[in-house]
Structure formats: structure tokens, C-alpha cells
Design a protein around this ligand. Structure first.
Ligand code: GRF
Length: 220
């Protein structure tokens, strides 16, 4: 039986900028590829381009400007309250450019996903495309993972792997990676909303099977 609207898992998406991953997930929900409800989009930047995209899709949006808070802790506690008001089952970080406190990550642990443009555990942090090029890697990619206290360190759910070409630069890699982001993030969210993907004891499971360190890998 199809779950009624009230029973659908509620997703809150946090953004800071362009919001293309938010859009990919919200479109998958609107197209009924994901049986869920977008409870709201929250941006810490009032000017984030993603906000107008969300509004154009008819989604609820909230702004919480981090510059108005005296400390990271105060901001994170206000953010927790704002998210809780939307009664989420899943919180999705989609280009949310804030380092989160342990209070925040512990609060939502197991229900908090992030996307990071590298084949984690490789290249945590910034400038991932250039670092992969500088290292002479022949593969690069993007990872959806559960968020824990360790920055870019929680268990992986899914990765897209692409070859690095001789002619590649950071910009070209970023563009090809972003295409993959819009494929794998909706997949991970769908798995979670179907109850297939979960985190337990710092490990990720799909259909009850412990996932390898890489998560499920899609190669292109
Ligand atoms: C993506 O490249 C993602 O990997 C990184 O931030 C970027 C967000 O892009 N975490 P967008 O705002 O979803 O377009």
C-alpha cells in the first residue's frame, strides 16, 4: 500500500550556494522516484542561488544567517531548532558550507547525509579536484556518506568513480563530477527513505549488509 502523505519520510535539505544537488533530490521527490516529502530547504546564506530554485519548485525555505550568531555553538543550536520545527526523518547536507559542531552531528547522527567531491576517505576537506590531479591519480569521484563528528569521515553509502583524462583540469573534473552527484545523491536518499540504507555503530548498511569502506561504487 502506498504510504499516505502524512506517513512519507520528511527530508530537510541544507544549502549554502547553487543548490543543484538540492534540486536533483527535490525533482526526484516531485517525480515520485523518491517516496518522500521535502519538508523544507534551509540556507545559511540569504543570497544563496538555491533559495530561488527551491521557491520556484514551490518548496518551503528558511534562512538562518550564521553571521548573526556569536559562536558556532549558538548557531548550531539555533539550526537544530529550525530543522526540528520541520520534523525531519532525514537531514541532507547539499553544499552546506559550514563546519558543524559535535553537538549538531551527534544530534542527527544516523539521519544525516553529506556529499563530498572525492573518493573518501581520500581528500577530505577542500580543493579535492586539484589534489587528485596533483597526486597523479587516474580515478576521481564523489561520495555520499553519513555524517559523524569527524569532518568528511562518516561511513560511505555510495560513490561515483570517473576516470581522470590527460587533458583534465580542476574545472573540467568538477563539471563531470557534478553530473555524477546529481545521480548518486538521489539514489542514496531513495535508499534511506525506503529504509534500505542505515548507519549503525559507525558502519553503513544496505539491505542489512555491511557496506565496504568505499560504499557501493558506480563506475562510468
Ligand atoms: C558539490 O560539489 C558538493 O560535492 C559539495 O558542494 C557542492 C554543492 O553544489 N559538497 P550545489 O550547491 O549542490 O550545486
Amino acid at each position: 500500500m502506498q504510504a499516505s502523505e502524512a506517513e512519507k519520510p520528511r527530508i530537510v535539505i541544507l544549502i549554502s550556494g547553487n543548490g543543484s544537488n538540492m534540486q536533483a533530490i527535490a525533482e526526484a521527490v516531485q517525480n515520485q522516484e523518491i517516496d518522500a516529502e521535502i519538508a523544507g530547504i534551509i540556507s545559511n546564506r540569504p543570497q544563496a542561488e538555491g533559495l530561488s530554485k527551491a521557491q520556484a519548485m514551490g518548496l518551503h525555505t528558511d534562512i538562518i544567517d550564521h553571521t548573526l550568531y556569536v559562536s558556532r555553538e549558538e548557531f548550531d543550536h539555533a539550526l537544530i531548532r529550525m530543522i526540528e520545527d520541520l520534523k525531519p526523518d532525514l537531514v541532507v547536507l547539499a553544499g552546506f558550507m559550514r563546519i558543524l559542531t559535535a553537538d549538531f552531528t551527534r544530534y542527527f547522527e544516523g539521519n544525516l547525509l553529506n556529499i563530498h567531491p572525492s573518493l573518501l576517505p581520500k581528500y577530505q576537506g577542500l580543493n579535492t579536484h586539484q589534489r587528485a590531479l596533483d597526486a597523479g591519480d587516474n580515478e576521481h569521484g564523489v561520495t555520499v556518506h553519513f555524517v559523524t563528528e569527524e569532518l568528511d569521515g562518516g561511513p560511505n553509502a555510495i560513490q561515483a568513480v570517473i576516470p581522470i583524462l590527460d587533458i583534465d583540469n580542476a574545472k573540467a573534473l568538477q563539471q563531470r563530477i557534478q553530473i555524477q552527484e546529481h545521480i548518486i545523491y538521489p539514489i542514496a536518499v531513495k535508499w534511506f527513505c525506503e529504509g534500505r540504507l542505515n548507519m549503525n555503530g559507525q558502519l553503513a548498511f544496505l539491505d542489512g549488509q555491511e557496506l565496504p569502506t568505499s560504499g557501493i561504487q558506480l563506475h562510468s
